[in-house]
Design a protein around this ligand. Sequence first.
Ligand SMILES: [Zn+2]
Length: 422
Amino acid sequence: MKLLKTISLLLPLTSAAVLPREERVSYDGFKVFRVTTGDSLATVQEKLADFSLQQWNLDTSAHIDVAVSPAQLSNFEALGLNVTVMHEDLGADIKAEFDISAVSGLKPRALPDASWFKNYHPYNDHLLFTKDLAATFPSNSEVITSGTTVQGRTITGIHLWGKSGKGSKPAIVFHGNVHAREWITSMTVEYLTYQLVTGYGNNGSAATAMLDAYDFYILPIVNPDGFVYTQTTNRLWRKNRSPAPSGNRCIGTDINRNWPYQWDIPGGSSTDPCDETYRGKTAGDSPENKGLTSLITTLRDTTGIKLYIDWHSYGQYILTPYGYNCTAEAVNQAEEDQLAAGTAAAIKKVGGTTWTTGPSCSTLYATSGSSTDYVGDVGKAEHSITIELRDTGANGFVLPASQILPSGEEQWAGLKYLIANL
Ligand SMILES: [Zn+2]
């Protein structure tokens, strides 16, 4: 006991000495370009090889989206590439996107109000939002957890059910914000949750039909360490915050390349800890993946999983299995194609946005150890989908807060179609 006390007294001093507070990464004056590739991909890549640029997209067949620092700008522009500008000043757009001092400090209230969807929010307010929502719906919901992160945060969400009672219907599972910088995903998932909670019980409403038929397990932020890091230090962080492997300086595993299924298929992830798609040391070794797989396998072994959606951004895609292999077909491929196309049409009807649909690998790029392959094949989900939300490249990850509501509204329409047709 005495020893423990001594250690805990010493710890803050020691860690402060060893780990100085990290400076916030400034993107002031950075310009983000969409560089056209297509037939010129090899030439473009050769020209860009001398620059150390932050690349935003993995599928380079039509274009490469890159953030260019002020120091590199004139040399980059001298290349004479075919470009469009996504952000004139990324730093200014990040400041306009989210002002933490203006939105912090959500007060607990009876029912969170819809003004929540006018802004992005700090992590603790997201937790409070979920807890408040559960508190207003005590007979049909509870706060749930799905494991713990590298830094000890609890992956938190909400379980919703209908008239048959808790845990009696097949599961629908949503994961949001696995990639830390994809902020629109948690806001959109929360919007869908809000529609379910506030719409339930209205005679004939879609929310009532959905909750009476399925139990929803919704986890809006499955990578809270990374999410917090995007708000304190680097807006464009993607991975979790796992420590660098020994002999390496790079932090973070891509949680969506660490699922313990088809994990070591080459080409769909990286073995380099410094890469954005680093797969981790061993299959499923990240604490986040351990916690997430545990809920998935529990649901598989009890009520079964009807639908799984992993929400990402950006690009406007609805992607079905498989990610690890571009020729493997899901057993229900024809049905998946139909559902994805119908969902895309329902989304488009709301705001005119267009969506690309199809199997993940052949439509976008190869992914090994991805959530949808795991939840589909190991979790035995009948439908396992990745949705890449807005936009198609005007803003990319730094999507203005004014698009939160339109994104939520169009996805609610898509979800209504999808679930009615399962
Ligand atoms: Zn993503």
